[in-house]
Design a protein around this ligand. Structure first.
Ligand SMILES: *[C@@H]1O[C@H](CO)[C@@H](O)[C@H](O)[C@H]1NC(C)=O
Length: 221
């Protein structure tokens, strides 16, 4: 084949290939990163400085205690024990973390978002009703999960788990960030400090002031 022939064959291949795009926003490792001029006031973009490799020990890659259930004696009846870079320094820059989730009967891990991570959850005990809602349109994907079942919650989407079994439930989850972050919807909206103006919340939720104040009272604002 002539070089022109080769070129046209290659061009044809490219043109016939399905549209491929390799693009992704940079993945922030913290809520924000305000630019500063003086390095004296700077921290690393990766969130953490790195330990001198000569001083690194096996213990830096180890966390102990995920055999222990978190206490579920709280309003929601659930507890998330998160092993992120704060608790396991070896995770730094590796884009992964782990959580143990305990649920009392009827316990709920309330609707929340991980702004920086996709979550893959496996049920070890009990039955969980789980779900997530897509951004636009707001479509709910939901499923009841039993022991051994796995479910994935895509990055940034509102999701929840409710224990619908008879006894306690246990799950573990992997998250695709060393610092997934968590925004619990009700707490963020009705429990922020300082509180969001009632003019905003009454209009947004189309309810009167007493409802908003009751919700704010419930979530600590
Ligand atoms: C989760 O469990 C831990 C360990 O028992 C406990 O210290 C923490 O207060 C619990 N969190 C909630 C929200 O109950």
């Amino acid at each position: 084949m002539t070089s022109f022939g080769l070129f046209s064959a290659a061009l044809l291949l490219v043109l016939q290939a399905p549209m491929l795009a390799f693009a992704y926003d940079p993945s922030p490792l913290q809520d924000f990163c305000v630019a500063v001029k003086d390095p004296k006031f700077a921290v690393f973009v990766n969130g953490k400085l790195c330990k001198d490799p000569n001083l690194v020990k096996a213990e830096d890659f180890m966390f102990q205690g995920l055999n222990i259930a978190g206490t579920t004696a709280n309003k929601q009846g659930s507890n998330v024990t998160l092993v992120n870079v704060e608790r396991l320094g070896g995770l730094n820059t590796l884009g992964i973390s782990l959580a143990r989730l305990d649920y009392a009967p009827n316990g709920l891990n309330p609707p929340h978002i991980h702004p920086r991570a996709t979550e893959i959850l496996v049920v070890l005990e009990g039955t969980l009703l789980v779900g997530f809602v897509t951004s636009n349109p707001n479509k709910l994907f939901t499923k009841a999960l039993n022991k051994g079942d796995v479910f994935v919650f895509p990055i940034g989407l509102i999701h929840f788990q409710l224990n619908v079994g008879h006894g306690p439930a246990l799950a573990f989850a992997g998250l695709s960030s060393q610092n997934p972050g968590v925004i619990t919807i009700a707490n963020a909206v009705f429990g922020s400090v300082p509180p969001i103006s009632n003019a905003v919340l009454t209009k947004a939720f189309q309810v009167d002031d007493t409802v908003i104040r009751a919700l704010q009272h419930q979530f600590g604002a």
